[in-house]
Write a protein that binds this ligand. Structure first.
Ligand code: HEM
Length: 281
């Protein structure tokens, strides 16, 4: 009797461990979506609204070297940033299970667009960094360069598994693709979150090659990829202790995203959006 009640207790705690993980993941999703849309509004405000008003993009963009770029580099720059708005507005939709089930063809088409724009974003980004020279420092650019190389690789596997109908593998690679494509967004979250917590720079430099800058330029995709792997592993676990330790770890990740979204929106995106709005009036 005692044994059977303790087994049911353990199973119960295991189930509530899984439930807590679901709640944390849902909380993370809502936070991330808010941050993705804030980033999209920023991109549209700074790089699209000037086309319909008399604002000079050079006045509002933080991109160094924008003023001195030649016409080919301009074309590459816009081919790089305009799709970024689509990725940020509609990319996260791919992660919603109910949308995948109800609208499979929307999932397929949005996925194809996401993958195509993700690969082109990586290639144009690599060109901008190393061809057009839009980088603040060589060493500070390495983390995002590796990110640009990993994006097409992850997308290749995600796409291949989808075509071959290996849905578990597809999902795993698609989530890593999503994380990699959004690494430049996460980088802004981590950097601004770090500035907010420390009330200023610590290990950062104006050329983004301080020790913290370099660490964050790799962490912006390696850390979320680790969180994703832990999540996949936890889905298969029944042991209560493991589930709760894992849930705590995932909660830390969700809190990092929350801090980052608040910090990047307040310190990076909102001031530029307000600046554009002020110039339009
Ligand atoms: C595919 C995912 C990517 C997205 C969604 C994305 C998004 C953006 C956005 C929105 C900007 C404008 C910067 C701003 O106003 O704050 C930008 C600029 C830039 N991106 Fe990307 N990017 C991606 C990948 C990459 C990669 C992989 C690289 C390099 C390997 C890269 C290199 C650059 C460079 C050099 C600039 C101009 C300089 C700067 O403002 O930092 N991007 N990107």
């Amino acid at each position: 009797m005692l044994a059977s009640s303790s087994i049911s207790d353990t199973v119960g705690r295991g189930v509530s461990g899984q439930k807590s993980i679901d709640v944390i993941v849902k909380g993370w999703f809502v936070t991330a979506l808010t941050g993705q849309w804030a980033f999209a509004i920023y991109i549209l405000s700074v790089y699209v609204t000037p086309w319909f008003s008399n604002i000079d993009i050079g006045e509002v963009t933080p991109t160094q070297g924008y003023h001195t770029a030649n016409s080919f580099d301009y074309a590459m720059f816009f081919a790089h940033i305009i799709p970024a708005a689509y990725l940020s507005l509609f990319g996260a939709m791919q992660l919603v299970p109910s949308l995948r089930k109800k609208y499979p063809s929307l999932h397929r088409w949005n996925g194809r667009i996401f993958f195509t724009l993700g690969i082109s974003g990586a290639l144009t980004g690599l060109y901008l960094q190393w061809g057009a020279g839009l980088r603040l420092s060589d060493i500070g650019a390495l983390g995002i360069t590796l990110n640009g190389i990993l994006i097409p690789i992850a997308i290749f596997f995600a796409w291949k598994h989808a075509i071959n109908r290996r849905m578990q593998d597809h999902m795993r690679w698609a989530i890593h693709s999503f994380i990699l494509v959004n690494a430049v967004w996460s980088f802004r979250l981590y950097l601004m979150g770090w500035y907010m917590i420390n009330q200023g720079p610590l290990g950062n430099s104006p050329t983004v090659d301080g020790p913290t800058d370099i660490a964050l330029s790799f962490a912006c995709y390696l850390l979320p990829m680790l969180f994703a792997e832990v999540y996949f592993w936890l889905k298969k676990q029944k042991d209560t202790k493991r589930l709760w330790v894992g849930a705590t770890f995932l909660l830390t990740g969700a809190l990092i995203t929350l801090i980052g979204v608040v910090a990047a929106t307040m310190m990076m995106w909102f001031p530029r959006i307000a600046q554009v709005a002020g110039l339009i009036q």
